[in-house]
Design a binder for this molecule. Structure first.
Ligand code: PLP
Length: 437
């Protein structure tokens, strides 16, 4: 495939899109210059664009497709549901079934509340923490992405120097964010226990929750250290703060999510992506006493009223149930073994080419970086300009050679990914590195 190709159908569609859609799309995270690629159809790990080019998909709609595209059990379940009811102002049994499935699998999930995206899930998790504790502030980790709620975006744009001593500065991601948002969010330095402890001790009484992601994509899938997580557990207990996991991505790490893999039960969790079987979804799950903020009490309205025209819509509930029912513990183990295999093969290529690079990630998630310094703290992990340029060129090489990966060279596998796909990925990656060096 030739990319960019000004004579392609994708280029023409983008030209048309720009007059009616800002930047020609509805999703900053998929923008690709000079034009995005328009998809015709997708099945399993294969995607075909409108020009007939084929790609092996290692992005899986930003990790949300556990089984790749058009997974037969999901398709059949949705086809059966679509003729029954698609969206209605009634509840359905499918909502109960998906909530039961999730609560059966995850120790810390006593109740679930559904919404339509990971961003909404994070927003509702933070609002639930405030409503439950009666405290105004939240703490989050510098540089971590949690969707588009303005409180959750704080410090996402930080650079390593954005510090006041050892404390990260709370900065806005979107222009127009009110300063009041910044004062209500305490940014914590990733994996820096002492500095985090002093910040929590300083703000402890006004903090509703500390939010963390166990596999942060913006930090190249580097997990927080065991000691850091232990410190967060200790500090949240000490100050009566809720421990909030954003598992919108990391939930795909195992049968009981990332929290099962790490052996820590948070108080409250946001999930999304894989639990919708490919359809728009989000959910908050956690302890029953916390989740009771969504419940009317003594004839009064809930402490956290939460409507949503499409919450728990039957198509998503049915698709999510079919996707998750197809994953038992063995299937998660097999998917994670395939992820291990890919990381192993990439490590071998790095050794063979004798370049400064490394592959990170866990389970079915991976990210490739082009330096060999240890990555522990924010400043070590942040991508510098030269690496960014190299990765962008390499990604374009991969796209041109039929491998579809997100920006920052981060990707994931699905149950549709075969050893042949992994071998092809590794072969193209190797050729791409050699040709760009
Ligand atoms: C950790 C994390 N939280 C929240 C979100 C937001 O989810 P959504 O894009 O469904 O709104 C994302 C999206 O990638 C994410 O990675």
């Amino acid at each position: 495939m030739e990319y960019p190709n000004p004579d392609s159908k994708s280029a023409a569609l983008y030209g048309r899109a720009q007059s009616v859609l800002p930047d020609g799309n509805s999703r900053t995270t998929i923008a690709l210059k000079p034009y995005p690629i328009y998809i015709e159809e997708a099945s399993g790990a294969d995607v075909t664009d409108v020009d007939g080019n084929r790609f092996i998909d290692f992005n899986n709609n930003y990790t949300s497709l556990l089984h790749g595209h058009c997974f037969e059990p999901v398709r059949k379940a949705v086809e059966a549901q679509i003729v029954k009811a698609t969206a209605c102002s009634f509840t359905t049994e499918a909502e109960i079934e998906l909530a039961e499935l999730l609560c059966d699998r995850v120790e810390s999930f006593e109740q679930v509340r559904f919404c339509n995206s990971g961003s909404e899930a994070v927003m509702n998790m933070l609002k639930a923490a405030r409503a439950f504790t009666g405290r105004p502030k939240i703490a989050k980790i510098e540089g971590l992405y949690h969707g588009s709620y303005d409180f959750a975006e704080v410090s996402l744009r930080n650079k390593p120097g954005d510090r006041n001593g050892s404390a990260p500065i709370s900065t806005a991601y979107s222009y127009g964010t009110p300063d009041s948002v910044l004062t209500e969010v305490v940014a914590l330095p990733f994996n820096e226990i002492e500095a985090t402890e002093s910040l929590i001790n300083l703000h402890g009484e006004s903090l509703a929750c500390i939010m963390i992601d166990l596999m942060p994509q913006t930090l190249s899938m580097i997990s927080p250290s065991e000691d850091y997580l232990k410190a967060l557990v200790r500090l949240t207990r000490k100050h009566g703060i809720l421990l909030a996991f954003d598992e919108v991505i990391s939930f795909r790490l195992g049968y009981s999510g990332g929290q099962g893999m790490f052996g820590i039960d948070p108080d409250i969790t946001s999930i999304g992506k894989i639990i919708g079987g490919g359809f728009p979804v989000g959910a908050v799950a956690g302890r029953k006493d916390i989740m009771s903020v969504f419940e009317p009490q003594d004839g009064q309205s809930p402490r956290l009223p939460h409507g949503g025209t499409f919450n728990a819509n039957p198509i998503t509930m049915t698709a999510g149930k079919a996707a998750l029912q197809a994953m038992d513990e063995d299937k998660f183990d097999r998917l994670n073994a395939a992820g291990h295999q890919l990381r192993q093969q990439v490590t071998e290529i790095i050794a063979e080419l004798d370049i400064a690079a490394q592959v990170t990630g866990k389970g079915s998630l991976f990210s490739v970086r082009f330096h060999d310094r240890p990555m522990r703290h924010f400043a070590d992990i942040v991508i510098d300009e030269a690496e960014n340029l190299f990765m962008d060129k390499l990604r374009r090489y991969l796209i041109g050679n039929g491998i579809w990966l997100g920006g920052n060279m981060a990707g994931c596998l699905s149950t549709a990914t075969t050893q042949t796909h992994i071998d092809k990925f590794c072969q193209v990656l190797k050729e791409g590195i050699v040709s760009q060096k």
